[in-house]
Each structure stands twice: as C-alpha cells, then as structure tokens.
Design a protein around this ligand. Structure first.
Ligand SMILES: Cc1ncc(COP(=O)(O)O)c(C=O)c1O
Length: 528
C-alpha cells in the first residue's frame, strides 16, 4: 500500500522547478514483483485483499530489483554531467515528501525504488560529478560499489578472526599491499611489530591513535583508573590548520579542548616546529604531560604539508606519540615523484589516509597504520567471556576488534580489494598523475591572470586562488562560478584571507572539464 503523502511536499517541490527537473534523468525499468508467498493460492484471503502486504522480497524479486538498481546507478553515473552539481531544495522539502509514519503494511519494491527518482534525487548534491571541485573528492567507483554490495550480501561481522577469517586476512593482506604500493615504511607491514587496520574515517583513526598515545604516556594508568590517576594534564599538539577531528578526538578521549595546543603555521600553512617545541617545554615546566602530536600531510584548507621529519625529532626527544594525518594527500604516494608526502613516515607511531577521498573507494574507508600494534591493542582490548576462542588464544590471528572503537566490523576491505585489483597500481598512478597535472595547468592559468593570485603554490591537486581586489571580489567570484551549475568550488580562510579552493580529484573529471572551468573562472574574474 502506498501511504497518503503530505500535499505540502508536492507543493514544496513544485516551487523548485529546477529540483524537479534534476530527478528526471535516471529511469527505473518497470519491474514486476514476484508474488509473495503470502499471496499464493493457498492464502486466497490475503491475495484478494486490496491492500495485500508486500515484502520481505524473495530471492527472485531481489534479483530483479537488484538488476534494476544497478541499471539505475549506471544510468545516473553516465548522465551525471548533464545535471547541475548542486541545486538545493528548500529546507524540509525532501522530508515533507515522506509520510508521517512508517508504513504499517509493506510496500512493493517497485514503489520504493521509484521514490529514488521522486524523493531522493531532488535532494542530492552530485559528489561524483566531473565538476566536483569542492571540499575534497569522495570518489565512488563501480568497482567499490560492487565490493560494497558483496560485503552487504555476505553480511558478516569480522570482529574476531574466527567470526570470518576472510574478512580479517584479506584486510591484512590488502593493507600490506598498500604499504608497498605507496612506498611507506616496512615497519607498517603486518609481518613486523606494526600493522594496518581499516577504520571508518580519519576522525576515528585519530581517536584510537590518541587513546594509545594517552595510555603510553600514562603507562596505561588512564585505562585502569581514569584520567585523574596520574594527576597531570595530558596535552596534544597539532597545527592551527589541522582538521577539527583532532580537537574532537581530544574531547572524546577526555583530554579536553583546553589541552589541545594549536600551533601556528608558516606562510605556506605548515606547522612551525620551533613553536611546537617551545609549547612542549612550557607544558612540561607547568607539570603537564605532553602525549600526542598530530602532523598533517595535506591540510584541509590549502593542502599544506607539515615537516614531519623535523616534528619527529621533537617528538622523539620528548617521548611523544607522532600521528600523521594524510587523509587526502596520502594517495599521492602511488606516484614516486610525489613521495615527498611520505617524508618522515618512518618516524611516525601512527599514520592514516582515506582511500574514501582521492582513491576511488567509496565512503567509508580509512587506513590506519601503527608502528607498534601491541600498544594500540593493549589500549583498546577488552575480552568478555563470550568472545573467547581457541584461535585468539593461539596468538596466531589478528582480531581487529582490538584496533578500533566498535566491537562489530563489516567487510570493508572488499571494496579496497576490488578497486586495487581492477585499477592495478598503474591505474591508480595514472589517475593521481592526471589530477595533479590538471591542477597544475589550472594554477598556471590562474597565476597568469591579471586579476587572480595563487594563495600558495599547489603541491598537488588543490588550487587555492584569491581575487586581487580582495575578499568581496573573491566571494563574488565563488558565487558566480557556483551559480553556473557545471562546477562546485568551496572556500577557506588562510591567514585571514578568503580563498577559492579548486580541489581536482573526482574520478569523472577530464581535461575538458578543467579547461571549461578555467575559461569560466577567468571570465568571471574579469567581471567580479
Ligand atoms: C586533513 C583531513 N583530515 C581529516 C579529515 C576528516 O576525515 P574523515 O571524514 O575521514 O574523518 C579531513 C576531511 O576532509 C581532512 O581534510
């Protein structure tokens, strides 16, 4: 039965003709749902009822709906460039199309899938669009979609090796592949004291690294007795350009915002190591316990790269955990010429990057490597009786539940495995190289334009531009470029100045798209 919709929602959408038109592109083939067992001839009463219940669907109906949905995704992706990247409906317009309550009787899958076009599409911002230059990329390739589907289909929990050995062993092996493919230190390999684990996000990676650092600094007293046990405040350090997830992790880990030192940066946005050291010494003199430094390789604002090797010397001298957040830019290391992003990685206690950004692996997927897995496992391990098993007790297996916050874990490695095998390392290298070349071409054109200035020289694929006439002109330029509809850029503030950010890393972006964007940017810069 299709529940009565609130008329407001329909009206709400009609007020936004553009939003309605963007839902027209992807079509769902008409499907016939297999008769539900409850509507078979043996249950004539139900069959005859005008509101016969549907679902749960059986295997045949799942096949049909699944094929239709895959077609729908492929149609959407093939035609995505014809849509405006972002056209927002009025707040509440999507929700207003939904009934007040969940349906009492199941609805046919055809109706549910058709609502992807009617209800969902008008509220979608097209992150996979070739004109996606906002924030950072969040790529989702066909390979990763299939890996995700296989993971959902298997529906396993990989919290222990014994709850699905493939879930653990494929993850371990694929993360070892990545150590080699990215040219990272051998100490991150699972065959050493270190090893890698998939987290959902870089935020979670920072959190678990910080907890391990906290425990190392307090000799595991915080885990046992709480933060007050040692009587000294634990202190974390990161740059004032670092991602907000570091501060959030400190708040969650009980360290507190007051004890997160945001170290100033130089003119390129890199952490000032001299100030870092001064702050650490000052905190020590105050009787605090400096425990964790997070360096960023590719800041969110302007893609600045902290001097990790120099920071490592300070951390080493003061026995402080060094974490590296290479969320977006870590992917650059597929190319030897960009391996400067790995400088100092051999001194890091933990190092993370997000395949769910620049690599074509759909959200969520973050890799965290640690140099000494025993510290992480000791900080996070809890073993209730019901999880005891002989494989764990043999010491021969990895139980990833000890490397993360939740107990349960899905088979996230499948999508990474699918992507790495289908693209090959050569495919990844080509993708990265092309994005960087496109960004560098755009940077050269912007630099040559009379009205535009580069805010920093782009190290990789993020181009940061300001209008020479000041912030108001930059804002007008951002608005004009976004109003066009073919592209979406975002902004940041750097050393007080408004910046137009062009982040080039979407899988669908080609040279033709960047050329069209460059033409638009230059024309609008003259007008702004
Ligand atoms: C440098 C950096 N670190 C961390 C994050 C947070 O990533 P996640 O959403 O995986 O937590 C971002 C997000 O853009 C980022 O740019």
């Amino acid at each position: 039965m299709t529940p009565k919709r609130k008329p407001v929602g329909q009206k709400g959408l009609r007020r936004f003709p553009h939003a309605r038109s963007v839902s027209d592109g992807a079509t769902l083939p008409i499907m016939t749902t297999a008769p539900h067992p409850s509507s078979s001839s043996s249950t004539p009463n139900v069959h005859a009822h005008p509101h016969a219940p549907h679902g749960p669907i059986d295997a045949e109906a799942f096949r049909r709906a699944g094929h239709a949905l895959i077609d729908w995704i492929a149609d959407y992706r093939e035609n995505i460039a014809s849509r405006p990247v972002a056209h927002l409906p009025a707040p509440g317009a999507i929700r207003a199309m939904l009934p007040e309550r969940a349906p009492e009787r199941g609805e046919p899958m055809t109706a549910i899938l058709e609502d992807l076009n009617r209800v969902v599409m008008p509220g979608i911002v097209h992150w996979q669009h070739p004109g996606w230059f906002a924030y950072f990329p969040a790529n989702s390739s066909y390979e990763s979609i299939l890996g995700e589907l296989a993971s959902a289909g298997l529906g396993v929990q990989g919290m222990l090796w014994s709850t699905s050995p493939a879930c653990t062993e494929i993850e371990t092996q694929v993360l070892d592949w990545l150590v080699h493919a990215l040219g990272l230190p051998r100490g991150f390999l699972s065959t050493t004291a270190g090893g890698g684990v998939l987290q959902d996000t870089a935020s979670s990676a920072a959190l678990v690294a910080m907890v391990a650092a906290r425990e190392r600094a307090t000799e595991f007293a915080s885990d046992a007795h709480g933060l007050g046990a040692g009587g000294r405040a634990i202190v974390c350090y990161t740059s004032d350009q670092a991602h907000s997830s570091i501060e959030k992790a400190a708040r969650i880990a009980g360290i507190g915002k007051e004890f997160v030192r945001l170290i100033p940066v130089d003119e390129r946005g890199a952490m000032r190591v001299d100030i870092l050291e001064q702050e650490i010494v000052r905190d020590r003199n105050l009787g605090h316990l400096p425990a964790f430094v997070s360096a960023t390789v590719g800041t969110t604002g302007v893609n600045a790269i902290d001097p990790v090797a120099t920071i490592a010397k300070v951390c080493n001298a003061h026995r402080i955990w060094l974490h590296v957040d290479a969320a977006m830019s870590g992917t650059a290391a597929f190319c030897e010429e960009f391996r400067f992003v790995n400088t100092g990685a051999e001194f890091a206690d933990s190092w993370c990057f997000n395949p769910h950004k620049w690599m074509p692996v759909n959200f969520d997927c973050d890799v965290l490597w640690v140099a000494n897995r025993a510290e992480l496992v000791r900080a996070l391990s809890v073993l209730p009786e019901y999880l005891r098993n002989s494989a764990t007790e043999s010491g021969k297996v990895i139980d990833y539940r000890d490397w993360q916050v939740p107990l349960g874990r899905r088979f996230r490695a499948l999508k990474l495995w699918f992507v790495l095998r289908s693209f090959g390392i050569g495919g990844m290298r080509a993708l990265v190289r092309e994005h960087v070349e496109m960004a560098q071409d755009l940077a050269a054109r912007a630099k040559a334009h009379a009205k535009l200035a580069l805010v920093v020289d782009p190290p990789l694929n993020l181009v940061c531009i300001a209008h020479k006439d000041g912030d108001d002109a930059t804002q007008r330029l951002i608005d004009a470029v976004n109003r066009d509809g073919r592209f979406l850029v975002s902004h940041c503030r750097f050393h007080g100045k408004l910046v137009l950010r062009v982040s080039i890393g979407a899988l669908a972006t080609t040279r033709a798209h960047v050329a069209a964007f460059t033409t638009l940017l230059c024309a609008e810069a003259d007008r702004a």
